[in-house]
Design a protein around this ligand. Structure first.
Ligand code: IPD
Ligand code: CA
Ligand code: CA
Length: 271
């Protein structure tokens, strides 16, 4: 019998192929709320994933972003983001993924992030390591913030309440750079693979981070809230990195939370 992670990979591949077909057709999008896009690809991908999951695991609960899941008392719960990076997808910016993760009695036990554009399958099972297309991956060895390439994200909802620009600016000044690629699950998978050294975001949903958190832990990294305390996939805030730079980032974030900025933002001078 296939393992949970094998079944999740198979389903993510199928959903990824479906999304690629939609991409080729350059379908339109609708607004879920102000600035929040949803496309037919999100919905079709979710229908496919939920149907497959319930066929394999009828007693499992499924929490899916577009609302297609079900409750269940088995202790098993899947988190599904049928298309992470919808804004990118809708604009033809090739950075998006399908991600699924499984929790048993509140503990993450399997997760996958599939990037159908680059044909990259990131997968992890609790206690068995993290993999990219079947090859073992590890977090980076960057030792200080000054050596890092980091990434962050900004949610589409309630942007005016998001304080992240302060964090973004300080990290941008101190590190090799901060990427904002627009697909949180892939950012996390990249931390697990050592392509990025750290990622943080305020206001994530469980389906954005569940698989990525397991990937990072299994690749040797660390995931906490913004203060270095234990995080929950119910979130909503996440700081994830290679573990080596964690203390330095948490200390920097504490300064920012207190309004102490090492670098003042440049003043605008009329030209
Ligand atoms: C979004 C992306 C984005 C992140 C947002 C997420 P969606 O997911 O992961 O990078 O900054 O917080 O909501 O809506 O495209 O599935
Ligand atoms: Ca998402
Ligand atoms: Ca989504």
């Amino acid at each position: 019998m296939a393992s949970y992670v094998e079944t999740a990979q198979e389903i993510a591949r199928e959903a990824g192929a479906l999304i690629r077909q939609f991409l080729e057709k350059r379908i339109g999008f609708e607004m879920k709320g102000e600035f929040d896009l949803v496309t037919e690809a999100d919905r079709s991908s979710e229908r496919l994933i939920v149907e497959r999951l319930l066929k394999h695991f009828p007693s499992h609960a499924v929490v899916a972003e577009e609302g297609g899941g079900q409750e269940g008392a088995s202790g098993y719960r899947w988190y599904v983001d049928p298309l992470d990076g919808t804004t990118n997808f809708a604009h033809g910016f090739p950075m998006f993924n399908v991600t699924l993760a499984l929790e048993r009695d509140g503990e993450l036990i399997a997760g996958v992030v599939f990037d159908p554009v680059h044909d990259e399958m990131f997968s992890a099972e609790r206690g068995s390591g993290a993999f990219l297309n079947g090859a073992r991956i590890h977090v980076s060895k960057a030792a200080t913030i000054a050596q890092t390439l980091t990434a962050t994200g900004f949610p589409s909802r309630k942007r005016h309440q998001n304080v992240n620009i302060h964090f973004y600016y300080q990290l941008a000044m101190l590190s090799h750079g901060v990427r904002r690629a627009g697909a949180a699950a892939l950012d996390l998978a990249y931390v697990a693979a050592g392509r990025l050294d750290a990622f943080w975001e305020f206001g994530l949903n469980p389906w954005d981070m569940a698989a990525g958190v397991l990937l990072i832990r299994e690749a040797g990294g660390v995931c906490t809230d913004m203060h270095g305390n234990p995080m929950s996939v119910r979130g909503p805030h996440l700081l994830a990195d290679n573990g080596i730079v964690h203390g330095e980032i948490v200390a920097l974030f504490e300064e920012i939370f207190q309004g102490k900025y090492r670098f003042a933002m440049p003043e605008m001078k009329p030209s």
